[in-house]
Design a protein around this ligand. Structure first.
Ligand SMILES: [Zn+2]
Length: 156
């Protein structure tokens, strides 16, 4: 599902994603409020979320998704590389820079869509929902940083 206030951007992305095997764009929203309502109704596997939008922005949408425990993975598109840590802290499954979106978004989406949810921390047993930067792992292992004990571990 796509949430972005730029219609041309949404159209381009939808076309691109539509060509990916196994990907179906089931909904599009032009602002966060419409987007949240659609997420509740459509229960998408993955939401691609823009940050700067009218009515309800991306950060507010991300907070709401996590506070309301909506079962969807969130890939945030941002033009600010310094936002990544903050966005991950808020529960983003991945952060992609808008400028590199075309070639970088597709593998990230695939990875996020197939990521297992709630992998328990191997140290303290707390469930994880977040993988740390994909650059730290390969296709064979996924890295997590526990929000409770702050330790990192890999799962194969
Ligand atoms: Zn832990």
């Amino acid at each position: 599902m796509l949430i972005d206030d730029s219609e041309s951007y949404r159209r381009g992305l939808a076309r691109l994603l539509g060509q990916m095997p196994g990907v179906t764009v089931i909904g599009e929203a032009e602002n966060g409020l419409v987007g949240l309502a659609l997420i509740r109704g459509l229960k998408p596997d993955v939401v691609v979320l823009d940050l700067q939008m009218p009515v309800l922005n991306g950060v507010a949408v991300l907070r709401a998704i996590r506070e309301q425990r909506l079962q969807t993975k969130v890939v945030v598109m941002t033009s600010d590389p310094y936002m990544e840590t903050e966005l991950r802290g808020l529960g983003a499954d991945a952060v992609v820079l808008k400028i590199e979106s075309a070639d970088k978004l597709l593998p990230v989406l695939k990875r996020v869509a197939t990521a297992p949810t709630n992998v328990p921390c191997i140290f303290c047993g707390e469930p994880q929902t977040q993988e740390i930067a994909a650059a730290n792992g390969t296709d064979l292992e996924r890295w997590y940083e526990c929000p409770h004990c702050s330790r990192r571990f890999a799962v194969k």
